[in-house]
Design a protein around this ligand. Structure first.
Ligand code: ZN
Length: 548
């Protein structure tokens, strides 16, 4: 079964995967020279047949159906019928809480849930584990906890905290040890050993990151005095009321933090002192003033990107019932009008990408019985569901498969410095998800691999878009409710680039337009981004889409 297998993981295939009738193969490797014709008009190829050939974990060719006929022998091909094959999702924002708080999630259950949801790479946040990832030593503890226990590839962000912010050699040591970039908070994080940073800390961090051409991810909320009592309307401060919680974290907090951050990102422009650094704003909720500030900064040449999360696109404050603390997160889910504007921004390209911000805890810390929004742990548990959630809630807005691949694979892979991930392209890692957009399923009827599924805000709902198989570097790590018997995920690293002689990374745009352009060029030099693969019984039907 050489077609999709790697040398060291064939055991997974023999154990898990039997393809008695539909199994065929491409035994003759086609030359990449046959591909340029595909570039003439990408749209016109969307319904053309294609197949992907994988060897030793990488994509070695992408074959048109007509080229197979007579030119290739068919054997060892996995037939996925009418299913969609897309680049695996790259989730740049997940908290797996391991080591130290593995009872909250942990690497095994978290990465099994990721695999079942079509995520092939995730980047673990430096906090909520114990200790936090803020030094070479603590990163090594993370790596040790992850090794041989992960079902998808996992990379790590390091923490920028007051303790290391003014210590350039400590930050360089952390970057050299393998973190993909840094993360900091502009408000208390909720974790005592991960204190918030101020503008001075962030400025120092950016100056080190500039040398490495790696990003700084920032939680952008800044505590301001609240304008009045929490319960201004109706005179209630009922802690079970979602509106009470919402008033404690107004959009003005996001705006204030972003305004501060964008005074610093001017330094990331071409020729400025922190050229080479990049600032990424995590989980934007405010789609009004905050977003306008980010748009202005991008057009001014700041190296800035922004993500939002499926829960801000799926839910609105009006729908959250009193006491249902599964929906508590920060920044909070805002009203329906805000949600509509967030979708508009995503579709217009002002929001660059999506992430889960999967942030679980113990059910007792969610206070589901009390329903106290002010004391409950804040964090939405979602890792396994982000693909069907984005697809299902995106139907109303005409979301396409190409947009899903852009938001969930291409751009996140670039942010995380994963040059060989994020697209189905020759030479890339064979990270793919096979799923059926039309299959509806009830989350309560399907296996959920999260450690505490009951705290997820999505339970009890019905979604469309069911994952049937997930490949990580050619390894079939998940298929129809079963995981590979051994955890074969790897640690994702980037090669540090401290030398100014190295060419600029993709994170160095002059403007948002350039950033997007560079993403496409670096990711897929020939702009070949096959999105949809359908292998019918009689042959190979790969519908072909272009990167947005
Ligand atoms: Zn987070």
């Amino acid at each position: 079964m050489e077609a999709i297998a790697t040398a060291n993981t064939s055991r997974f295939f023999s154990t898990l995967f039997l393809f008695p009738k539909s199994l065929k193969a491409i035994s003759e490797k086609l030359q990449p020279a046959s591909l340029p014709t595909l570039l003439d008009n990408q749209q016109s190829h969307r319904d053309t047949s294609r197949a992907v050939e994988v060897k030793e974990g990488k994509i070695v060719s992408i074959v048109k159906e007509e080229e197979q006929n007579g030119k290739t022998k068919l054997e060892n091909v996995i037939d996925y019928g009418e299913a969609v094959v897309m680049p695996g999702l790259v989730d740049v924002h997940a908290h797996l809480d391991d080591p130290g708080r593995a009872e909250w999630e942990g690497f095994p259950s978290g990465t099994q849930a990721a695999a079942a949801g079509g995520i092939t790479t995730l980047v673990d946040m430096p906090l909520n584990s114990d200790p936090s990832t803020i030094s070479r030593e603590t990163l090594q503890l993370k790596i040790k906890a992850a090794e041989s226990r992960i079902y998808v590839d996992v990379g790590f962000w390091g923490g920028l905290v007051p303790e290391n912010a003014f210590n350039a050699s400590a930050l360089e040591d952390l970057l050299n040890a393998g973190v993909l970039g840094l993360k900091s908070f502009m408000c208390p994080s909720g974790i005592n050993d991960f204190p918030m940073t101020n503008a001075s800390h962030i400025k120092e961090g950016l100056s080190v990151l500039a040398k490495y051409r790696r990003p700084l991810l920032v939680h952008a909320e800044k505590q301001l005095d609240l304008e009045s009592d929490l319960g201004v309307e109706g005179g209630s401060n009922d802690a079970r009321s979602y509106l009470t919680y919402l008033k404690t974290r107004p959009a003005s907090w996001e705006e204030a933090a972003i305004r501060d951050l964008l005074t610093l990102t001017k330094d990331t422009r071409i020729g400025a002192p922190a050229e080479g650094a990049h600032l990424h704003i995590v989980h934007l909720s405010d789609s009004s003033n905050s977003l306008d500030l980010i748009k202005d900064a991008k057009s001014g040449g700041d190296s800035v990107t922004v993500e939002t999360c499926p829960h801000y696109l799926a839910f609105s404050a009006e729908e959250i019932r009193d006491g249902d603390t599964r929906f508590k997160c920060s920044p909070p889910i805002r009203d329906a009008a805000n949600k509509e504007k967030l979708w508009e921004a995503l579709l217009a390209g002002h929001v660059d990408m999506l992430s889960s911000d999967h942030s679980p805890t113990l059910p007792e810390l969610k206070l589901l019985d009390d329903g106290d929004f002010l004391r409950a742990w804040g964090g939405i548990s979602s890792l396994q569901f982000v693909l069907p959630v984005t697809w299902s809630y995106g139907q109303k807005y005409g979301v396409t498969l190409e947009q899903l691949a852009l938001w969930w694979s291409e751009r996140p892979a670039r942010l995380a410095g994963q040059e060989l991930k994020g697209a189905i392209a020759i030479g890339n890692h064979a990270d793919m998800v096979v799923w059926d957009p039309d299959v509806e399923f009830d989350l309560d009827d399907d296996p959920v691999y999260l450690k505490h599924s009951g705290i997820s805000a999505y339970m009890g709902t019905k979604l469309s878009g069911k994952v049937s198989a997930t490949f990580v570097r050619g390894n079939l790590v998940f298929k129809e409710g079963k995981h590979a018997p051994a955890a074969c995920g790897g640690i994702s690293r980037t090669t540090p680039k401290p030398s100014p002689a190295n060419p600029p990374s993709i994170l160095k745009p002059k403007s948002q337009f350039q950033w997007l352009l560079q993403v496409i060029l670096v990711l897929s030099p020939s702009i070949i981004i096959p999105i949809v693969l359908t292998i019918a019984a009689r042959g190979h039907l790969l519908r072909w889409g272009a990167s947005g």
